[in-house]
Design a protein. Structure first.
Lengths: 504, 449
C-alpha cells in the first residue's frame, strides 16, 4: 500500500502546483479526494474509524470527506492551508516514520483542534438550533452561543468524524464497578508503630499503597535568581521548616480512588433504596456518576486517577482518614516541594536544565547533550506518550517517590496566589500553607502535557475550575468530575501522630 | 470568524436588530451601525403601521382565557382585516365562556364549540386545530412548554410577558426562540413599550448618541396592591393557586418578574445588554395570599460597570411611580418621550399627535397593545419575520436573577443563571392537592440553588 516514488514525485508536483499554479481545477479536485489523502497520510485507523463515524454513515446518506473538516472551506483559506499542510505532510512522509507518531495523542481535543477547522464545521452545520434538537442539545448550544470564543465544536463532538468505541456521551453509571473475585480483601488498615515507611491497606478492598516517611527539616522553597528557568511566581526563595510527614510513593491510583467511589453512596448511583434505610448521618457522600469516560479510555488500575475535582480529592482524603483512623490530606505546596527536591537544589532532582531537554531541531540533536536522563524520571510532553502511565514505570527521586514530576499535575492544599512567596515574611517559615483566601488552588509537578521547563521542582500552576468544566453538559455542572481536564491528579500525605514522632 | 470576535457582542447585535423591528431594509442600516464603531450611520427606527396590510385570513388560537388573554384576542382582531379567533383553550370552563361572551359582545366573533378546549393539554389541541398564530396568555409558568410546542408545530406566536418563572424556563424560551428564528416564524412578546411610538422614537435618539454612553439607570414599578382571590370551598388546591396566580412564585415568578419585567426590559433594550450580576433586597409586608414578596430593590450591574437600580412594590397607600430613567455621558432621558442635557435643559421631546380639537394628545395614536398585533400580522403578511423571543427571555432572566438575589440576600450572576437547574412548580399538572404551606424566603438563610 505504501506509495512508490512516482506518487512521491507527483505529490511534490502537487504541492508546488498548489502554491504556484492554483488555477488547475482538475489537479485541485484530484488532490482533494479521500483516496488521495489516504495515499500519503498513513494514519493507521483514521480511514476505518471515519467509515464507522456518523460523518460517513448517517440517515441522510451524506458522506463528509477528509478535506471537508481538515481544511477550511474554499475561498476562506482553503488553498493556503492545503499548501501548508501539503508541504508539512510531504516533509513528514519523506523524513519521518509515521509509525512513531502518537496518533492517540493527536486525537485528543487539544491536538485535534489544530487540524479540524471550526469554520468548516459551521459551513455545513449552519443551524445550531434545528427543530429536532433535544432539550439537552438546546442547553448545550445555548451554552456554546454564550462561549463561542472559548469553545470549538469538537470539544463536545470529538467523535463525529472518527468513531471511537470508548467514547461515552452519557452518564456513566457503571464506571469503576469492577467485580473482584478470589482476592484478598483487607480487613484492617496499617498500624503505624514507628516513623518509617509503611504500606496502607484500604479496609474492605484489595487495595494497598506505599507511604514514605519524610523526616522534618529545613529547605529553600522556590527558584533562586541564578536559576534561569525560574518563573516570577516561584520567587523570592523562602526558607521553610517542616515537621515530619508521610507522603504517598505514587499518585493516587484509580484502584485507590475507585475503592472510595464504590464504598460511598451518592445520588444517581445507588438504585437500591433499602441501602439508604440505615444511613449513617455522618456518612461521607461520594461522587455522582461521571459524564463520559473519566479514564479517557486509557484504563484504570494503577494509572493515576484523573478528572476528579479538587472537591472530590479532598473528600477522598476525608474518607480515607475515616476508614483508616489516620489523618490523610493533600500536601501543602511546601511539603510537596520539599518531598520532591529530596535535598536537591537544582531545577530537577537529577542533573540538567530545561534547555537540555527542550525539543530540538536536527542540529540541536547533533550538538546538544544527551537528554536521555529526563525520560527515566519524567513522563512529560517530550516523552511523546500523550497520556498517563501506570505507577512504578519511572525511576524514583532521592526519597523514593515516583512521578513527582510529570505524569499528572498534583493538587495541593494551598490557595494559589502568583505572589504567595512575596507575601510571606522573611523569617524561616514554619509549616506554611499559603494565602488565607483564594479562588483556585495550587497544583504542582507538571504532567504528560507539560514542557520540560514546566516539570521543574519549583514550577507552580493552579486549578482552572471554569475552564475544566467547560463542556460538562449537566445542569448544574458536576462538583465531582471535570469534563475538560485529564492531566491533574493528586497524592496524599499522612500526618504522624505525636506519639509516633516521639518514637522516632 | 472575525465577525463574532468583533467588539460588539452578539447580544447587543440582537438587541439592536430586534428593536429595528419588521422593516428589513432599514434594519440593515442599524446592523451596519451595530457591527462597527467607525461607521456612524444613523439608525432609523421606522414608524410602525397604523394597521396591518390586507392579506389572506390568519387564524389565531388563544391559550389562556384570562383578562389579558381575552384582551390580547381583541387587540389581535383590531390589527387588520381577515383576522379570526379560531380556537380557545383554558383549564376552567367559566373562563372560556367569559371569553366567548366578550368576543361576541365586542367584536361579534363566535368561536365554535368544537374549537374550545379544556385542560392542561388543551394548548396542544389548539395547535392541532388549524391555526396560523397562537396567543400564549396563561400564567408564565406554562409559557416555556407551550412555546416549545408552538414552534414545533410551526406557528407564529404572540406571547405575554413574562415568559418564565425560573432559569430552566427562561433558557428553554431562548432555545425555542432561536429555533423559531431559523424557521422564519414571528414571535412578538407583550413588552408593549417596544411597540410604543414614543418609546421607539426616544430609543432612536439614544441609540444615535443623544445622551452619549449610558452610565446609569433607574427603573420603577411602585404601584398598588394587585388582585387576589378568596378561596372557594369547591376549588382544589391547584384551582385556587391558578385562579390566584399573581400571588404564587411558581406561577408568576413574583411581581419583580411578572410586572416589573417591563421596566427592566427597557434598559436592556436601550443599552443593548443585560446585567451580569445583581444584589437585591425584598420583603413581604401586606400581601394577603400566596408566597410572594411585595417589594424588591435590586442593584443590577452591567458589564461595563454601569448600575441599574430597580425598585418595585405592590402596596397601597405609598408613592407610586412606574417609569424608567437612563443617564448618559451627554444627558439623560425618561426613555419615553424626553431627553435632557446634563444640566437639565430639555433638548428633545416626542411630538404626540393632535386630537380633534387640535390639542396635543398625551398618548400615542395607536394603543401599544394593538400595535403589538399590528406589527405581528404585518411581519407575517409581508414575510419579514420579527422575533422578540430571545429579548424577552433575557429580560425575564434579568428579573429572575434579581428575585433570587433578594430571596437569598446573595449576589447572583448571569452565568449562574445560565447554569442553574432551578425549576419551580410540579412536574405534572392536575386539579388536585398541592403543598399549600407558603414558604416565605428569608434572606441569608438559604443557598442560591
Amino acid at each position: 500500500m505504501l506509495p512508490n516514488k512516482t506518487i512521491l514525485i507527483a505529490l511534490t508536483g502537487f504541492v508546488l502546483g498548489s502554491v504556484f499554479i492554483s488555477g488547475s481545477r482538475k489537479v485541485f479536485h484530484l488532490t482533494s479526494t479521500d483516496r488521495f489523502c489516504a495515499s500519503c497520510h498513513v494514519h493507521p485507523q483514521t480511514h476505518s474509524s471515519w467509515k464507522l463515524s456518523t460523518h460517513f454513515d448517517n440517515p441522510s446518506g451524506i458522506i463528509v470527506h477528509c478535506v471537508d473538516c481538515h481544511l477550511p472551506p474554499e475561498g476562506q483559506g482553503y488553498l493556503k492551508e492545503k499548501a501548508i499542510t501539503g508541504i508539512r505532510d510531504l516533509y513528514g512522509k519523506l523524513f519521518k516514520d509515521s509509525s512513531e507518531f502518537n496518533w492517540e495523542q493527536k486525537s485528543l481535543p487539544e491536538y485535534a483542534i489544530n487540524h479540524t477547522y471550526e469554520i468548516s464545521c459551521k459551513k455545513c452545520h449552519q443551524n445550531l438550533f434545528p427543530l429536532q434538537l433535544s432539550k439537552d442539545g438546546d442547553e448545550a448550544h445555548l451554552y456554546y452561543s454564550e462561549h463561542e470564543d472559548e469553545l470549538h465544536c469538537i470539544n463536545c463532538h470529538l467523535q463525529v468524524g472518527h468513531y471511537s468505541k470508548d467514547a461515552i456521551h452519557a452518564k456513566n453509571v457503571s464506571f469503576g464497578s469492577v467485580v473482584t473475585e478470589n482476592e484478598i480483601i483487607f480487613t484492617h488498615p496499617a498500624r503505624i508503630e514507628k516513623f518509617e515507611n509503611f504500606t496502607e491497606y484500604i479496609p474492605g478492598s484489595n487495595v494497598k499503597f506505599d507511604m514514605v516517611a519524610i523526616p522534618g527539616g529545613t529547605f529553600q522553597m522556590g527558584s533562586s535568581p541564578d536559576q534561569k528557568a525560574g518563573q516570577p511566581n516561584e520567587k523570592p526563595v523562602r526558607a521553610v521548616k517542616l515537621s515530619p510527614f508521610f507522603i504517598a510513593k505514587t499518585e493516587v491510583t484509580w484502584d485507590e480512588y475507585l475503592s472510595f467511589y464504590n464504598a460511598t453512596d451518592s445520588e444517581g448511583r445507588t438504585t437500591d433504596r433499602s441501602k439508604k434505610q440505615n444511613i449513617d448521618p455522618d456518612a461521607i457522600t461520594g461522587a455522582t456518576p461521571p459524564w463520559g469516560a473519566p479514564d479517557q479510555g486509557w484504563g484504570t488500575g494503577t494509572r493515576p486517577a484523573i478528572t476528579m475535582t479538587y472537591h472530590a480529592a479532598k473528600t477522598y482524603c476525608k474518607w480515607l482518614s475515616k476508614i483508616t483512623g489516620k489523618k490523610y490530606r493533600l500536601p501543602t505546596e511546601a511539603e510537596w516541594e520539599y518531598a520532591c527536591r529530596g535535598e536537591t537544589t537544582g531545577s530537577y532532582f537529577f542533573e540538567g536544565e530545561p534547555k537540555d531537554f527542550k525539543k530540538k531541531g536536527i542540529f540541536g540533536k547533533i550538538f546538544s547533550k544527551n537528554s536521555d536522563e529526563i525520560y527515566q524520571y519524567i513522563n512529560f510532553i517530550g516523552s511523546k506518550i500523550g497520556k498517563t502511565i501506570k505507577s512504578g514505570k519511572v525511576k524514583a527521586n532521592p526519597l523514593g517517590l515516583q512521578n513527582m514530576l510529570g505524569n499528572v499535575t498534583e493538587f495541593c492544599l494551598d490557595w494559589y496566589a502568583p505572589n504567595a512567596y512575596e507575601q510571606y515574611n522573611k523569617d524561616t517559615l514554619i509549616n506554611p500553607s499559603g494565602p488565607e483566601k483564594g479562588t483556585e488552588h495550587v497544583i504542582r509537578g507538571g504532567s504528560f502535557k507539560s514542557r520540560a521547563e514546566n516539570v521543574r521542582n519549583a514550577s507552580r500552576d493552579y486549578t482552572k475550575t471554569d475552564k475544566w468544566l467547560m463542556t460538562d453538559p449537566q445542569m448544574p455542572k458536576s462538583i465531582w468530575w471535570y469534563s475538560d481536564c485529564n492531566h491533574v491528579g493528586f497524592r496524599v500525605v499522612c500526618e504522624p501522630e505525636n506519639k509516633t514522632e516521639q518514637n522516632k | 470568524m472575525e465577525e463574532k470576535k468583533g467588539s460588539i457582542s452578539r447580544r447587543k447585535f440582537l438587541g439592536n436588530t430586534a428593536a429595528i423591528g419588521a422593516v428589513t431594509t432599514l434594519g440593515v442600516v442599524g446592523l451596519a451601525n451595530a457591527c462597527s464603531n467607525e461607521t456612524k450611520k444613523k439608525v432609523i427606527i421606522p414608524v410602525p403601521s397604523d394597521q396591518a396590510p390586507d392579506g389572506p385570513t390568519l387564524k389565531a388560537g388563544l391559550i389562556g382565557c384570562g383578562g389579558r388573554g381575552t384582551g390580547a384576542a381583541l387587540n389581535f382582531l383590531n390589527a387588520g382585516s381577515n383576522l379570526e379567533i379560531h380556537a380557545l383553550a383554558d383549564i376552567f370552563q367559566d373562563r372560556i365562556d367569559d371569553t366567548k361572551k366578550e368576543l361576541k359582545e365586542k367584536n361579534d366573533v363566535e368561536v365554535p364549540e368544537e374549537n374550545c378546549f379544556l385542560g392542561f393539554d388543551a394548548y396542544q389541541k389548539v395547535l392541532d386545530s388549524g391555526v396560523d398564530i397562537v396567543i400564549l396568555a396563561t400564567p408564565p409558568h406554562f409559557r416555556a412548554e407551550q412555546l416549545e410546542a408552538a414552534v414545533k408545530a410551526k406557528k407564529h406566536v404572540f406571547m405575554e410577558k413574562p415568559v418564565a418563572v425560573d432559569p430552566v424556563g427562561a433558557r428553554s424560551i431562548m432555545a425555542s426562540a432561536k429555533k423559531a428564528k431559523v424557521l422564519g416564524l414571528s414571535i412578538v412578546a407583550g413588552t408593549q413599550r417596544r411597540h410604543q411610538r414614543d418609546y421607539l422614537k426616544t430609543y432612536e435618539q439614544i441609540v444615535n448618541g443623544a445622551i452619549g454612553d449610558i452610565v446609569s439607570a433607574n427603573v420603577y414599578w411602585n404601584g398598588s396592591q394587585l388582585w387576589y382571590r378568596d378561596r372557594q370551598p369547591e376549588w382544589s388546591d391547584m384551582e385556587f393557586m391558578i385562579r390566584d396566580w399573581v400571588n404564587w412564585i411558581w406561577l408568576s415568578g413574583d411581581h419583580i418578574t411578572e410586572q416589573h419585567v417591563h421596566n427592566l426590559d427597557v434598559v436592556n433594550w436601550f443599552s443593548g445588554k443585560h446585567p451580569v450580576k445583581a444584589v437585591g433586597f425584598g420583603a413581604r409586608h401586606r400581601r394577603v395570599t400566596g408566597d410572594q414578596y411585595d417589594m424588591f430593590s435590586v442593584d443590577f450591574i452591567y458589564d461595563n460597570d454601569f448600575h441599574m437600580h430597580s425598585m418595585c412594590r405592590q402596596i397601597n397607600g405609598c408613592t407610586n411611580n412606574v417609569s424608567e430613567y437612563v443617564r448618559g455621558t451627554k444627558g439623560y432621558s425618561n426613555c419615553r418621550n424626553t431627553i435632557w442635557t446634563p444640566e437639565g435643559t430639555e433638548k428633545w421631546n416626542y411630538e404626540y399627535p393632535l386630537d380633534e380639537n387640535g390639542e396635543q394628545m398625551k398618548n400615542v395614536k395607536i394603543s401599544p397593545y394593538d400595535q403589538e398585533h399590528i406589527d405581528l400580522v404585518t411581519s407575517i403578511r409581508k414575510n419579514e419575520p420579527i422575533n422578540e423571543g430571545e429579548n424577552i427571555a433575557i429580560s425575564t432572566m434579568t428579573a429572575i436573577m434579581g428575585r433570587i438575589s433578594a430571596y437569598t440576600g446573595k449576589e447572583v450572576t448571569w452565568d449562574e443563571m445560565m447554569n442553574s437547574d432551578i425549576r419551580l412548580g410540579p412536574k405534572t399538572y392536575e386539579l388536585g392537592k398541592m403543598d399549600m404551606e407558603p414558604h416565605f424566603h428569608v434572606p441569608g438563610s438559604e443557598s442560591k440553588d
